[in-house]
Design a protein. Structure first.
Length: 265
């Protein structure tokens, strides 16, 4: 069941299940918690899973002004402080992954381990042809029918607000993010980077993200797109849980990580 909590003037909807160490799910852009359907019940077997819906998404109302990753990262920090009251494991998909990176940079004390799925750290990571397509797609396009239908079913702002949110999202995605590699290099938490081999961000960009974070691991899931967590949930769930639950496997021939180990608890 979901409920609302007001944090910093924002009426935020979130769902919670399970018990144990807190694990926070950060959904992607223009979608709701519905996309975590294959993950939430599995993770709740071992963790206290919290899944907030960001401003303008799902059951959480929109606010005046443009969307920005900075504001949504601040909202996420506020949620961690108010609801978790301490550090949590963060699992972020797409926009949620971008926000997870920003939270890990700004508040390392609130992040135990971080999983980033299909996220770019700079607009340059999305090929120009895809950016051009996104900027020209109308809000009533069949390409966004699933997202639009879900939004219209639950948004407190009503179906008529979808074109407004859609325009805000397209504008944000055209100008953000721009996370400096030097900031990524300062991330202290262990990080698992997951991506589909046919994801939105280029493989080269994903590898650059991996190389920019000292304590990172990388997994490319074959035969998947940007929706890899829904397309191959068993594989993705197993990778995430292994990373979060287990200590690092000692490497027999470490090169990139040297003697630092893969990740620590």
């Amino acid at each position: 069941m979901g409920t609302y909590i007001e944090i910093g003037g924002l009426k935020t909807w979130y769902e919670e299940d399970g018990s144990g160490e807190p694990l926070m799910l950060l959904h992607g852009g223009l979608v709701s918690n519905e996309t975590w359907g294959p993950q939430m019940p599995e993770f709740a077997k071992q963790f206290r899973v919290l899944a907030p819906e960001r401003r303008g998404h799902g059951h959480t109302p929109d606010v005046d002004g443009p969307l920005s990753y900075d504001d949504m990262a601040a909202d996420t920090i506020g949620f961690l402080e108010a609801v978790v009251a301490g550090p949590a494991h963060l699992v972020g998909w797409s926009d949620g992954g971008i926000i997870g990176l920003l939270v890990a940079i700004r508040r390392p004390d609130l992040v135990r381990k971080l999983v980033v799925i299909g996220a770019n750290f700079d607009t340059a990571g999305i090929p120009e042809e895809i950016q051009s397509q996104l900027s020209s797609v109308p809000p009533d396009s069949d390409d966004f029918a699933m997202m639009r239908t879900t939004y219209e079913a639950v948004s407190p702002d009503g179906p008529e607000h979808w074109p407004v949110l859609f325009a805000k999202f397209i504008e944000m995605a055209s100008r953000e993010p721009h996370i400096p590699p030097s900031d990524l290099n300062g991330i202290e938490a262990p990080v698992l980077i997951l991506a589909g081999d046919d994801d939105l961000a280029s493989l080269e960009h994903t590898i650059e993200l991996f190389r920019s974070i000292p304590n990172a691991e990388l997994a490319i899931v074959p035969g998947t797109s940007h929706f890899l967590a829904m397309e191959k949930p068993d594989v993705v769930n197993r990778l995430i849980l292994d990373f979060i639950v287990n200590d690092p496997t000692p490497e027999m021939m470490p090169i990139r990580r040297g003697d630092r180990g893969a990740h620590s608890g």
